[in-house]
Design a protein around this ligand. Structure first.
Ligand SMILES: [Zn+2]
Length: 80
């Protein structure tokens, strides 16, 4: 059973920026867009709307996320 607790934006966001398509948020490894399962990015017309969508972020354990998490853990270990 997945324990639900609201994550802070800081815990969820890897990157965010605005371009001609709108306001983008890329989720950190381990999270997916709950409104579009299997995707790890959010794009909305406004920052406000993107942050609304961000609240629907769900834990993700796809191969891509697991790979990125494993790589990050290896890097952290090497930095010590
Ligand atoms: Zn994933």
């Amino acid at each position: 059973m997945i324990r639900r607790r609201s994550k802070t934006n800081r815990e969820l966001i890897a990157e965010q920026y605005r371009d001609s398509d709108g306001f983008w948020i890329y989720l950190k490894p381990g999270y997916q867009n709950g409104f579009d399962p299997g995707t790890h990015g959010i794009v909305e017309d406004t920052k406000r709307a993107a942050y609304e969508t961000l609240r629907g972020a769900e834990p993700c354990d796809c191969a891509e996320c697991r790979e990125l998490i494993a790589r990050a853990a290896a890097q952290n270990g090497g930095a010590r």
